[in-house]
Design a protein around this ligand. Structure first.
Ligand code: NAG
Length: 352
């Protein structure tokens, strides 16, 4: 899809009808959030690759393109002390190996050594293989303690828009795909500064991550398929705007918004949502740092151990793709040790 076709309206194909009926029976069914959306100019600014950031004529959606010259990105105009950061996103289709589309909050520009961050990172794939994604969090510069989880999806994120959201409150962090909470991190005193605590901006970016994104860097970006286009619409920034230098820390400045946030529909994990979360994690999560005993001999304090997940991941945090159980048991102790010592990010997908 090129620059100009970016906002052409979509047509219903027989395939989308099929998907619709399939979904009717099998998808997660939950009521949509009631949200107030912003136009691009109301809440955001271009961040880099301005020529590759294309606004729709009505200013309510935006395309981020990656071509051989540059990726692109945008950033919220304000920083927020807690909030709900959300967008409907459609990812690039066809051959997307080596591409990362990231939707995340961070304050790394302001607090270089002690930054906080909450991530959705979509990892492109070779044609015919589904997109995968990861969530992660860092607090107060905890870059040596990654808290990655990796998942696949129950739909093709390059075919339709789906809503991706990050809720960050004083009490917890929830990552949502549509209305399904896929991950919850409860604040826990033992986490200390690892729980994000300073105002953050919202970022959306597309970039070339050939060195690690797909099969540990084996599959690079192929610019014959460029430009790669990711679309964002129905943008939401519900939060407490705060200048991190002038106004922070101020323990009471955001108490009104904090209470308001905690009262919102998306702040409540109802029993139905909790059941959907459990189902998602049991079916679609294929890596969790919480079960990676080779990397974290002591389970990190915020981890809630689910017996079914524990059994699936054993002590590596990973599912073994493609191999039989027999093959799995043949992995020697030495090899497992070596795997765990390598940089996590570069070897995680080698067996996919
Ligand atoms: C964050 O890290 C800095 C520097 O290491 C430290 O002085 C500060 O107390 C930490 N803050 C929290 C909330 O842990």
């Amino acid at each position: 899809m090129g620059r100009l076709q970016c906002f052409l309206s979509e047509t219903l194909t027989p395939f989308s009808f099929l998907c619709f009926f399939f979904c009717w029976f099998f998808c997660f069914r939950t009521a949509a959030f009631n949200l107030t959306t912003l136009s691009f100019d109301e809440g955001y600014n271009p961040l880099f690759g301005d020529g590759n950031l294309v606004r729709s004529p009505d200013g309510h959606s935006v395309c981020l393109l990656l071509d051989v010259y540059t990726g692109s990105g945008f950033i919220s105009s304000s920083m927020y002390q807690h909030g709900f950061f959300s967008a409907k996103i459609k990812l690039p289709s066809d051959y997307t190996a080596g591409i990362v589309v990231a939707f995340y909050t961070s304050n790394g520009d302001v607090f270089e050594k002690t930054h906080d961050e909450l991530d959705f990172e979509f990892l492109g794939n070779i044609e015919g293989k589904p997109w995968r994604f990861q969530t992660n969090l860092y607090g107060n510069g905890s870059i040596n303690r990654g808290r990655e989880e990796r998942y696949s999806l129950w739909f093709d994120p390059s075919k339709e828009f789906h809503r991706y959201s990050i809720l960050w409150t004083t009490k917890n962090i929830i990552f949502y795909v549509d209305e399904v909470p896929i991950r919850e991190v409860m604040r826990n005193d033992e986490m200390g500064g690892d729980y994000p605590s300073k105002p953050m901006s919202l970022y959306a970016t597309i970039w070339d991550a050939s060195s690690w994104a797909t099969s540990g860097g084996k599959h690079k970006v192929n610019y014959e398929y460029a430009p790669f286009t990711s679309q964002f619409k129905e943008l939401v920034l519900d939060g407490c705007p705060m200048d991190p230098i002038q106004q922070f820390p101020n323990p009471t400045a955001c108490s009104f918004t904090d209470a308001w946030l905690e009262d919102r529909d998306y702040a409540v994990i109802t029993p139905a949502r909790r059941a959907a979360m459990r189902k998602f994690r049991q079916r679609y999560m294929y890596y969790s740092y919480c079960y990676d005993a080779l990397r974290y001999p002591v389970t990190p304090p915020e981890c809630v151990i689910d017996p079914i997940e524990r059994q699936r991941f054993q002590d590596t945090g990973r599912l073994n793709f493609g191999g039989s159980h027999r093959k799995q048991t043949r992995i020697t102790r030495a090899r497992r040790k070596r795997r765990s010592k390598d940089a996590f990010i570069s070897n995680d997908q080698t067996d996919i």
